[in-house]
Write a protein that binds this ligand. Sequence first.
Ligand code: PLP
Length: 385
Amino acid sequence: MIASKELIKRESEAIMQTYTRQNVAFLRGIGAHLWDLEGNEYLDFVAGIAVNNVGHCHPHVVEAIKKQAEILIHTSNLYYTENQVLLAEELEQITGTKKAFFCNSGAESVEAALKLSRLATGKSEVVAATGCFHGRTLGALGITYKPVYREPFRPLNEAIYIPYNDSEALKNAVTKETCAVILEPIQGEAGVYVADPDFLRAARQICDETGALLILDEVQTGFGRTGKWFGKDHSNVKPDIITLAKAIAGGLPMGAMLASENVSEIFQRGDHASTFGGGALVSAAALASIEVIKKEGLVKRSEEMGAYMRSELTKLGPKDIRGLGLMVGLDLEADCSFVVQKAREHGVLLNNTGDYTIRLVPPLIVTKEQIDRVVKVIGETSAEA
Ligand SMILES: Cc1ncc(COP(=O)(O)O)c(C=O)c1O
């Protein structure tokens, strides 16, 4: 096996340097733990960026993948497969939507949502919120807030941005040219900012009045992450479209765009497609992962452990703490890149979304003892910083 040091060197020669990676290479994972190539153990409070909700290599998901891989991996969408239909039905049931389109990532689910919105309304303007993140493909990039991400790739179809949680600004921005309003129920990449339920309700009303569609981007907030099945469930707002990815398939790449009844028949044959979307293997993993979330009561657990984690982190006296369930943003006076690096040296994986903000998105199976350890390490490393 290649040693970490050599692997990291070869990576920089073989792979385009688009990522700022932590100085560690992983070999295996179980539950909330990862082990690097040298056998060191880490407690993982990043969870593949809110992907590993059921933990690393959950036995039920692994078993489902193994079983499916032995009989059929891929056939394309020229044919029918059972898992894809079962998964669509399951997603519709847990989200209250009507029909699904499957793809392979969050950005792709946003692209599908944009295309559907254009077809449904015959318009093309999008209203989004400052701080939002919807992905890096050209369509999704145009409606992603950070100007430095967009600037080098202009011209793009860019959104009109209004301050998050500002209903009045939203009302003023949505016109008869607007095809969709897209919002995250909690802004993850921005540093975990929670939507005011009244803001989401106002968005619903503004869309109803103007004929624009309401897209809720639940790529990061889905599958129990926020202490409810989906972020929208904190406000009971019914979007026209939901975008999903990240935790959907227990760690395998998958995305889904779900449409409510009013727009469920808009896409017709040929309007959109994906070779891999909703394949037999990834759909089996998604069904197994959803089963685990249900059987192990992980939505409730996320609510309870999230409340515990926030109350313990509050004792550190942070500048600010935000979030719902196990999606938590912590603002510190300390340099958070330093905290992340030091914590890793103490065997704890963290992620900072900004110079002074840590985002904590551990697997939903996390225990109080694991939370205690991470809080202690954050306390010690931030004091050092
Ligand atoms: C809310 C949201 N939408 C879309 C995306 C893009 O997802 P992907 O990286 O799978 O394309 C992300 C990724 O972080 C996200 O958080």
